[in-house]
Design a protein around this ligand. Structure first.
Ligand code: NAD
Length: 295
């Protein structure tokens, strides 16, 4: 049995912590929101009165927080309160620079650390089928793997500090671009008089096949479980897609990578969000494209 501190018990953190409890670990949790703490208690997490109290006896500390500034501020305070040799796992999606700073803070305090962002969303968090993309030393990775396996189905060591976040934003840049591509194809098909099902039947078994089409189809009908069949309730909210596309653009600028479609995808999701759609599933971008005038 391992003692695990879990900081950040929101949409993702709570179901992830619940799976650690189910696997037989002692989980001490902390969050700023009382409602989230109540859910954690119901799931068998022992709620601590502060992040520092949560980490004091922990072998492993997991953070699942909104952005880089939250992770760095929590790391600044809790790394000093943690046991020597404790392993720090940050599963939040944050910018690569902040991820590398978080590793530095951990190492300065004699702690092992990995960045381990996830793919798979709330459904994957609840089912324990997340994909973890992990950055850090081989020693830290091998220790992290034994904990992450209780929350995920696939765990990939992507290289040194920050490379988990690099993999995450590259993957999600593909996702944002491909969802716009699939949505544009359905929008064009509608205007050409081609049915949704006919386009799906052809493209899903042809060279247009991709996850945005076959798992997360942006029109109702062809894929029963896609958010399009549920009034575009998330799923993966457009605000989170925009966040990840911005992170990808920040990283691309910092290293001078040309990502013209990533940049355009960010602009399209920014327009969509500004029109009041931040809470819709990101596949609802098709509704935005339908109403966009061709220039
Ligand atoms: P969320 O807003 O539901 O949860 C974040 C939690 O962190 C909140 O409960 C908040 O109160 C807590 N928090 C903030 N600052 C804190 C602090 N100083 N101390 C303790 N708790 C603090 O967000 P989420 O959807 O759970 O996402 C968490 C992370 O996972 C984000 O980085 C997000 O980009 C990433 N992510 C989310 C999804 C998804 O589908 N929701 C999928 C993949 C990755």
């Amino acid at each position: 049995m391992t003692i695990i501190a879990f900081i950040g018990l929101g949409h993702m953190g709570n179901p992830m912590a619940a799976n650690l409890v189910k696997a037989g670990h002692t989980v001490l949790g902390f969050d700023l929101l009382p409602d989230n703490l109540a859910v954690a208690t119901a799931n068998g997490v022992t709620v601590a009165s502060s992040a520092e109290f949560a980490v004091a006896d922990a072998d492993v500390v997991i953070t699942m927080l909104p952005a880089g500034k939250h992770v760095l501020s929590v790391y600044e305070s809790v790394t000093k309160a943690a046991k020597q040799n404790a392993l720090f796992i940050d599963s939040s999606t944050i910018d690569v620079d902040s991820a590398r700073k978080a590793h530095e803070i951990a190492h300065k305090n004699g702690l092992l650390s990995v960045d381990a962002p996830v793919s798979g969303g709330i459904g994957g968090a609840a089912a324990g089928t997340l994909t973890f993309m992990v950055g850090g030393s081989a020693e830290a990775f091998s220790k992290a793997e034994s904990v992450l396996k209780h929350m995920g189905a696939k765990i990939v060591h992507c290289g040194d500090a920050g490379n988990g976040q690099a993999a995450k934003i590259c993957n999600n840049m593909i996702l944002g671009i491909s969802m716009i591509g699939v949505s544009e194809a359905f929008t064009l098909a509608e205007k050409l008089g081609l049915s949704h099902q006919a386009l799906f039947d052809v493209a899903s078994t042809s060279s247009g096949q991709c996850w945005s089409l076959t798992t997360y189809c942006p029109v109702p009908g062809p894929v029963a479980t896609s958010p399009a069949n549920n009034d575009y309730k998330p799923g993966f909210a457009a605000a989170l897609m925009l966040k990840d596309l911005k992170l990808a653009q920040d990283a691309a600028k910092s290293v001078g990578a040309a990502t013209p479609l990533g940049s355009h995808a960010e602009a399209i999701y920014a327009e969509f969000g500004a029109a009041g759609n931040e809470g819709s599933d990101f596949s609802a971008i098709i509704n935005h494209l339908r109403t966009t005038q061709r220039k």
